[in-house]
Design a protein around this ligand. Structure first.
Ligand code: ATP
Ligand code: MG
Length: 560
């Protein structure tokens, strides 16, 4: 774990605490429950909850549930689970923007009474037209100068369901010629005759994000309201509402760069599409950049938090290399994962000079990085399986694995030499016949003879089958969102080989693990037990390969 770095937000907080502007800081993580959380949200969670921890303040979990049509309790539950799993605790501070609907309504009345809001009956198209553009000022709505009494009466009717959707909206009265389009009389309430998952049919008018968000922050006494850069242009509006209204406080909105990760997409709308159209098996498909997908894939909270710490907090958008995330996963798993052996593509090896009925148990180290993980016994007998790719009939130079006449070490077992290659009628290699050196038990010989290759293997009699899902990048291109903007469809950008299933043979000990357990198959990669496993059939997800492409990228970067 890296030491915690400073950043511009911490500097603001430290100054506010030093100046006595705040005695304690209060942040919040405000997801909309319209999908599962992704790794970008993890960045925001680590930032908000992390700051609260570091400065002994607190962080609220607030559901920003003001858009009933896309929200559901399923999403609320999944979000809570993900935040907890990452290791954060909101304590008693679980809030829902929908709990403030009455308060928002009263604030809207306050604005109307100040002559700062009006009911507008332009159609949605007209409102857009009247708004103007970046180069042209907007036009004032003909309804802009209604009296306070008329506005109060119409707004009450809106609330009572006497208008249809789209017939009218409540707008703030600010400035139709402002260079900032967000300030041109933004809509603050619209009619939606949709049942809300928490308030039911009580409301048929719902506040917009800009109105609800700043007020929720103020109601909760948030000190620093952290959001992504696309809200920078909304900050004047955030401040306008809080200046106009008599709120308990005026939080400071601070923007930071959102996380973009290569070879994947990060918008809930797009992730939802992947789920709905069946490109993945669900929100927690291990290829998804969702927290639940990563959890099912075998990523750990520690690895994700380490990743968020390393990418840091900045003011400009960039694309983070997926291999950095994988690097963090490997580093964490290397420390904690137990080692086992398994072969993904089995090739049979018969050890011809090993007594036919003999069986023995060899000692293996569970985790060389952690002596307290202990040792285990692995079975060995005359027939074993090795990885197909560990044998070459015509080995290239520097191929130190098995080849005709060559000697290698079997991990934790013996030296073997390949004497004969058995093929089927089509010429496929189906079996190797080898001899072993009984003196080399445990992997070393009394004569100190060296071999360069060490292979993993499993005992043919005792090995068990396992279904292994090999995952790769979900998308073929580095920046799918950019390609999509250029007109490519999702379909042509998806990696058709993002999931391959093989039937592997593994050490029997793996059947003692439970869903979610992560381990290393020596020389092959990190894997975790999927929840689809049963006591008869083990299903494994490849978490990450052993090869670290990030180390190479980093080395190149430091050469520059
Ligand atoms: P999406 O665009 O994926 O739908 P969103 O911003 O609409 O995401 P919210 O539920 O509103 O999703 O997000 C909750 C919080 O997480 C917000 O404060 C938002 O700024 C932050 N967040 C969302 N995506 C990212 C990201 N990629 N990087 C960092 N923070 C993010
Ligand atoms: Mg949002």
């Amino acid at each position: 774990m890296l030491e915690k770095k400073s950043n511009f937000i911490k500097q603001i907080i430290e100054k506010d605490l030093a100046d006595g502007k705040h005695k304690t800081i209060i942040t919040r993580f405000p997801p909309e429950p319209n999908g599962y959380l992704h790794i970008g949200h993890a960045k925001s969670i680590c930032l908000n909850f992390g700051l609260a921890e570091e400065y002994q303040g607190r962080c609220h979990l607030r559901f920003d549930d003001t858009n009933p049509e896309k929200e559901s309790p399923e999403y609320v539950e999944s979000i809570k689970e993900d935040v907890k799993w990452l290791g954060f605790d909101w304590g008693e501070h679980l809030y829902f923007a929908s709990d403030y609907f009455e308060k928002f309504y009263n604030y809207a009345l306050e604005l109307i009474k100040k002559g700062k809001a009006y009911v507008c009956q332009l159609s949605p198209e007209e409102i857009r037209e009247y708004r103007g553009t970046l180069t042209e000022p907007g036009k004032e709505s003909p309804y802009r100068n209604r009296s306070v009494e008329e506005n109060l009466e119409l707004f009450e009717k809106m609330k009572n369901g006497e208008f249809e959707e789209g017939e009218c909206v409540l707008r703030a009265k600010i400035d139709m010629s402002s260079p900032n389009l967000n300030m041109r009389d933004p809509v603050i309430y619209r009619i939606k005759k949709i049942r809300h998952h928490r308030t039911g049919d009580k409301w048929c008018i719902y506040p917009t994000y800009d109105f609800a968000h700043c007020l929720s922050d103020a109601i909760e006494g948030i000190t620093h309201s952290l959001c992504t850069l696309e809200f920078e242009d909304h900050r004047p509006l955030y401040d306008w509402f809080l200046d106009e209204l008599n709120t308990p406080c005026h939080p400071q909105q601070i923007e930071f760069a959102r996380l973009n990760l290569s070879y994947t997409v990060m918008s809930k709308r797009k992730l939802n599409l992947l789920v709905q159209e069946g490109y993945v098996s669900g929100w927690d498909d291990p290829r998804m950049p969702t927290i639940s997908g990563m959890r099912r894939r075998g990523y750990t909270p520690e690895a994700i938090k380490d990743f968020c710490e390393r990418i840091g907090i900045a003011k400009s958008d960039n694309l983070v290399d997926y291999s950095l995330l994988e690097h963090c996963v490997r580093e964490d798993l290397n420390k904690r994962a137990l080692r086992f052996m398994g072969v993904l593509e089995p090739l049979k090896v018969v050890i011809v000079n090993y007594p036919e009925e003999q069986e023995e148990e060899l000692e293996a180290i569970n985790n060389p990085e952690d002596p307290s993980a202990g040792k285990r016994k692995i079975p060995f007998s005359r027939e074993i399986y090795i990885e197909k790719s560990d044998f070459r009939e015509d080995p290239p130079r520097k191929f130190f694995r098995l080849a005709p006449g060559k000697e290698v070490r079997l991990r934790y077992a013996y030296y073997i030499t390949c004497e004969e290659v058995v093929k089927d009628e089509q010429g496929n290699i189906v079996e190797l016949r080898c001899t072993y050196d009984p003196e080399s038990r445990g992997g070393y010989t009394p004569d100190g003879r060296k071999v360069k290759g060490t292979l993993h293997w499993v005992d043919a009699r005792k090995a068990k089958k396992a279904k292994v899902r090999l995952y790769d990048r979900l998308f073929l291109v580095e920046n799918p969102a950019l390609e999509e903007k250029k007109g490519k469809s999702f379909k042509e950008l998806l990696n058709p080989e993002s999931l391959k299933e093989v039937e592997a043979l593994v050490e029997p000990a793996l059947y003692g693990l439970k869903p979610g357990d992560v381990f290393q198959l020596e020389r092959v990669g990190y894997f975790c037990v999927d929840r689809d496993s049963t006591s008869e059939s083990l299903v494994l997800n490849r978490t990450v390969t052993l090869k670290d492409s990030w180390a190479k990228i980093e080395a190149k970067l430091s050469e520059k």
